[in-house]
Design a protein around this ligand. Structure first.
Ligand code: SF4
Length: 326
């Protein structure tokens, strides 16, 4: 079998704060193959964005720090790379679409200048070819009158247009891995579906793999091949999307699924998960979900569940699937 494009092994990322050490990512492992879409989901503060920022090495350090693990990109541990080497990989090989394009784009440079800069760093295209490619890319992401819009500054564009520019910039150098961090969250509901479709189309065109970070399982259902559910810094369930939706094994995954509306089931009652995400500075012993889990038993409060295989390609971290909760 071919080597995965990305292998994250036992990643541990934390933040030093005045209150103490926040273990944002605690022993996360997953892999991603060429062309595959992995959806990483969970409530805000579960560590999914920190995982994305760790892989792209865009985490501010300090206060962030890597405490252990490996991030193998094409077999090479990128945690050991110098920033200069990482800069060459970022943009060319690994590109990121951020949640809020206004803070990711440079407010004092035109759209054209920003995309051209990426092309100048990562490709051998001459100036005229770069300008041509910028217009082509803007047209490709659905920006009307692209030659004119290329001269605009970010504040002159709508939120949806800015996200299209971010996507054009991200795919400008045909990256192998696209990381999209809540790419539609900051947008109007009416254009969320368009942007999601655009990201999918661009991913299919470039043949890249994608790590899609979202709090919205409906987005995962529509977009991803596999899903990984994260809670309090750990993965609690991973499976092919159709298996996860057909047979969710972890009580937290079931809770997330029960809280989203399903088309064609108007009478279905939506149920929110009771309680709150625990404080990552002071996690309880045992299962971090125990204080919100209706099925928790005494073992859950004392012993950390391990990740076990439920079925082929379906893993879950819950005592219910590993000997029981008593
Ligand atoms: Fe619930 Fe126990 Fe499973 Fe944790 S280990 S999810 S508390 S049943």
């Amino acid at each position: 079998m071919k080597q995965p494009l990305l292998e994250v092994k036992n990643l541990q990322t934390s933040f030093r704060t005045e209150e103490g050490l926040v273990r944002a990512v605690d022993g996360v492992s997953f892999s991603l193959r060429q062309g595959e879409v992995l959806g990483l989901a969970g409530e805000s503060g579960c560590g999914k964005s920190v995982t994305a920022y760790s892989i792209s090495r865009l985490l501010p350090m300090p206060p962030g720090q890597f405490d252990g693990g490996e991030i193998l990109y094409k077999g090479r541990d990128i945690l050991g790379l110098k920033e200069e080497e990482m800069r060459r990989i970022r943009g060319r090989e690994i590109a990121v679409v951020f949640q809020e394009p206004m803070s990711a784009l440079n407010p004092v440079a035109s759209v054209s200048a920003q995309i051209e800069e990426a092309l100048a760093i990562h490709t051998s295209l001459g100036k005229a070819e770069r300008k041509e490619r910028v217009v082509h890319l803007l047209a490709r992401v659905g920006i009307p009158d692209p030659a004119q819009r290329a001269l605009c500054y970010p504040h002159e564009l709508s939120g949806g247009m800015r996200q299209r520019v971010m996507i054009a910039m991200a795919v400008s150098c045909d990256p192998s891995l696209l990381i999209a961090d809540e790419p539609t969250t900051a947008l109007d509901v009416t254009i969320q579906a368009q942007i999601l479709k655009l990201i999918q189309d661009m991913k299919n065109e470039t043949g890249s793999a994608m790590l899609l970070i979202t709090h919205d399982l409906a987005v995962i259902a529509e977009t991803a091949d596999r899903a990984a559910i994260m809670y309090a810094g750990k993965l609690v369930e991973t499976a092919a999307v159709k298996n996860l939706f057909a047979e969710p094994a972890h009580p937290y995954t079931r809770g997330l699924l029960n809280s989203i509306p399903v088309l064609g089931s108007p009478g279905r009652k939506l149920k929110s998960i009771p309680g709150r995400v625990p404080n990552l500075i002071d996690l309880p012993g045992g299962c971090a979900f125990a204080n919100r889990c209706e099925l928790a038993g005494s073992r859950c409060r004392n012993e950390m569940p391990r990740m076990v295989n439920k079925d082929e390609g379906h893993q879950v971290r819950c005592h219910l699937h590993d000997g029981g909760v008593k």
